[in-house]
Structures are given as structure tokens and as C-alpha cells.
Design a protein around this ligand. Structure first.
Ligand SMILES: NC(=O)c1ccc[n+]([C@@H]2O[C@H](COP(=O)([O-])OP(=O)(O)OC[C@H]3O[C@@H](n4cnc5c(N)ncnc54)[C@H](OP(=O)(O)O)[C@@H]3O)[C@@H](O)[C@H]2O)c1
Length: 392
């Protein structure tokens, strides 16, 4: 029997997969988008090399991992009947981590998040009916809380169907939570809602650069259009992954829903910019909240331009609502379970930003060290890029 994990080629999913491999003995059934077995293995190696060296990875691949080459948006993930039956028969629990984070695309969020989660819930249903499912865990987001301003939101007060959402991503993730609860009422479920997941508190290296790019852009500005005392809820990926794994593996977690966030321990813009300025030996920026509207207009305009500035502006445009809402997410449930709070962003932000800038916002991936005949690294990267489509 195995844990079925979606999204293992992604940032959080790879952290979860590697932690399960390192600290637990379960087998893993991994859903991976790829045309061939070799491409699937290479895509996993890309995602996991931040955590495992190649011999460890290869050993896990041979002894603990079953790859199911499939897509969330296909019926039965596009698996043939024998593969799907095998997947149902061997799945003892589910961690559904995959999603489209393309906040601009209704279509992508509808297909990957809604139709995809329906497929995963149906798999959970079939596994539960066949032999009992130990747990269905779902990685959601604090964005399900919708429009907020100057609030501390608790897990149970987060979803309010009368509130508007900032984007299709938040709207579809909110319905995903509802759908799983409705379809699997008799299954033990856990909902994880991370806040802004940014960097790893243990090391500067990262493979996900979207938010980092937006932060580097902001950090370079002499004037910021924010209120300096507003808080921003950021959580490191290592805390998110450790919490997901610990609670998924726990026989009886105390709650169904957990915010994986910094909560009232979230830091202010002022604190973060002070740390960054001090570490880099630079002047601190000025704060001018009245500029927010003009700033948003400039960001909108720049987001249509090409090159790195256009890309950063485009990212900032989608993240902007989450930067100015001054809303944080109560995290006493996860602190009680984990026995500790996440590291504050100021403790590890400078090395993260420096690593990202020095590596031009790309991770220096190591190629698959296999013999000739394996897909070459540049071809594998192209396959990854084309499989990811337009996700920002
Ligand atoms: N990152 C954050 O700040 C943050 C904050 C709150 C919540 N979350 C939640 O955390 C989870 C993971 O996010 P992440 O940051 O790790 O995202 P990510 O790096 O973009 O990874 C997304 C994963 O989903 C997979 N996926 C997308 N479409 C798929 C499809 N049609 N079929 C199969 N797999 C598909 C991707 O596979 P490919 O590699 O093939 O593209 C990838 O493995 C998501 O549920 C997200 O909502 C993230």
C-alpha cells in the first residue's frame, strides 16, 4: 500500500515527497505528467535534487516509488484500466498537492483545480469503498478567505460564501475544499492552508522564484506604496512540508483544518525592509501608502512590457491584493501540533534573495547522470517548460 501524492514535481510537493522518503517508510504512488517513463523519472529528479543526491533518489525510485504517468484533467488521470485499478487498490491515503497557481487563468484553474480535485476525490472514494482510506489530505490556501482587510482570520471563520474572491485561483481552491468535504464525508480528512510560501528557512536555495522575483523588485524600490506597519503572512516551505507530513501521518490530528502560516507572529513591511537594508548595507526605503493607486497603475502598465521588468511587474500585479490586505492567519493549531512556530522571514530572507539574484532566478539543475540514451538535460528542461504551460 502507498500514499498517493499529486504535485510531487512542484515546489511544495517535492518537499513533501522527499520528507516522506527520508523520515517514513511508506511507498509513494506519484502522479507525474510525462510522455515516457524516463521523462517522468527525470522530471522527478529535477524536483527532488534539492533534497536528495542521485544515489538516494535512484534507490527511492527503484524501491519505494511507483510513478503513474497521468494528468489531473483526464478521466482516471488518463491511466488505462489496469493502471487505474492498481492505483485504487494500492492507495492507502491521499495527499493532493497539485494545483494550477495561474491566478490569471479561469480556464486553467477550472480544469486543474476543480476537475482535477474531483478526479482525486473520486479516486479517494473508490479506494475508501474498496479497502478503506486512512486519510485524505488536501493542500489548499489561505486565499480561500476572499476579500479581507486588517484581520486575523481563524480556520473556521475563513470560508464565507458571501465574500468575493481576489482571483480564479482563490475561488476554485475554495470550492475544492467544499467538494472534498461533500464527496468524502466518511473519510478522515485534513485541509492544509499555507499562507505565502517563500523560501526554505534552512538554506538559501530554492527552485521557485515567482514571489521571490516580486520581492526583489520591491526591495529595489526607493519608495514603497505600503503602510510600514502592515503585516505580511509568509511561511517557509520546510515548515509547510513538515506540517503536512506530520499531520497526514498522525493517527488522530486534533482538527480538520490547519493554517500553515505565521499568524500573529507575521512581520511588518518595516521590519523586513529594515533587515534587508541592514544585510545589504543599503538605505531603507521610504513608505508612501497614498501612492498605492498610482503604483498599481504603473505596475499594470509595466506588466505589458517584455523582459525581466515586465515579468516582475506581471507577478506583482497578481500578488498585489495579498500584499496590501494586512491580513494574517491564526496558526495556534499547527503550533500546538508541531510544538514550534515557523521561522520568521527576516531570519532567512536575505540569503534567499541573494541566491535568487545571483542565479538569475533559476535553479542550477544537475543533469541526469545516466548513460547515453537518457533524455539530455536541455531536452528535459524543455519538456518541463512545455508541460508547465503558462503558469506564472
Ligand atoms: N506556493 C505558494 O505560495 C502556495 C501558497 C498557498 C498554497 N499553495 C498550494 O500548495 C500547492 C502546491 O503549490 P506549489 O507552490 O508547490 O506549486 P507548483 O510548484 O506550481 O507545483 C504545482 C504542481 O501541480 C502539478 N500539476 C499542475 N497541473 C497538473 C495537471 N494537470 N496534472 C497533474 N499535475 C499537475 C504540477 O505538475 P507539473 O510539474 O507537471 O507542472 C506540479 O507538480 C497547491 O495546491 C497550492 O494551491 C501554494
Amino acid at each position: 500500500m502507498a500514499i498517493f501524492l499529486t504535485g510531487s514535481t512542484g515546489y511544495i510537493g517535492a518537499h513533501v515527497a522527499s520528507l516522506l522518503l527520508e523520515c517514513h517508510s511508506d511507498r509513494l504512488n506519484l502522479l507525474v505528467r510525462a510522455k515516457t517513463e524516463q521523462e517522468a523519472s527525470e522530471r522527478l529528479w529535477h524536483a527532488m535534487q534539492l533534497h536528495l543526491d542521485f544515489p538516494q533518489f535512484r534507490d527511492a525510485l527503484e524501491t519505494r516509488i511507483s510513478i503513474f504517468r497521468g494528468d489531473l484533467t483526464e478521466p482516471h488521470f488518463g491511466l488505462d484500466t489496469a493502471e487505474y485499478t492498481h492505483l485504487v487498490g494500492t492507495t492507502e491515503s491521499v495527499i493532493h498537492c497539485a494545483a494550477s497557481l495561474n491566478r490569471k487563468s479561469e480556464k486553467s484553474c477550472l480544469n486543474v483545480n476543480l476537475r482535477g480535485t474531483l478526479e482525486v476525490a473520486q479516486l479517494g472514494r473508490r479506494a475508501h469503498d474498496a479497502h478503506g482510506l486512512r486519510r485524505f489530505s488536501q493542500v489548499s490556501t489561505v486565499a480561500v478567505a476572499g476579500h479581507r482587510s486588517h484581520e486575523v482570520v481563524t480556520e473556521d471563520a475563513s470560508i464565507d460564501w458571501n465574500r468575493s474572491d481576489y482571483d480564479p485561483y482563490a475561488r476554485t481552491k475554495k470550492f475544492c475544499e467544499h467538494m472534498v468535504r461533500e464527496l468524502l464525508p466518511d473519510v478522515s480528512r485534513t485541509v492544509f492552508r499555507p499562507s505565502i510560501v517563500l523560501g526554505d528557512s534552512r538554506r538559501p536555495e530554492t527552485t521557485q522564484f515567482d514571489m521571490v522575483r516580486a520581492f526583489v523588485f520591491l526591495a529595489g524600490l526607493p519608495v514603497l506604496p505600503f503602510r510600514p506597519t502592515d503585516r505580511i503572512d509568509i511561511v517557509p516551505v520546510d515548515y509547510v512540508a513538515e506540517s503536512v507530513v506530520a499531520l497526514h501521518q498522525k493517527p488522530n490530528p486534533a482538527h480538520e483544518i490547519y493554517h500553515l502560516s505565521s499568524g500573529t507572529g507575521s512581520e511588518t513591511f518595516e521590519r523586513l525592509t529594515h533587515t534587508l537594508a541592514e544585510s545589504a548595507g543599503k538605505m531603507e526605503p521610504l513608505y508612501w501608502p497614498g501612492l498605492e493607486r498610482n503604483f498599481s497603475a504603473v505596475v499594470n502598465w509595466l506588466s505589458n512590457s517584455r523582459g525581466p521588468i515586465g515579468r516582475s511587474a506581471s507577478l506583482l500585479k497578481v500578488f498585489m491584493p495579498y500584499l496590501v490586505w494586512d491580513t494574517v492567519f491564526e496558526n495556534s493549531r499547527v503550533i500546538a501540533e508541531m510544538g514550534r512556530a515557523p521561522e520568521p522571514f527576516s531570519k532567512y530572507c536575505y540569503p534567499l534573495l541573494r541566491f535568487s539574484r545571483e542565479h538569475h532566478f533559476t535553479y542550477p539543475y544537475r543533469p541526469w547522470p545516466g548513460p547515453a540514451g537518457f533524455v539530455r538535460e536541455d531536452a528535459a528542461s524543455a519538456a518541463v517548460a512545455s508541460a508547465r504551460g503558462s503558469h506564472p
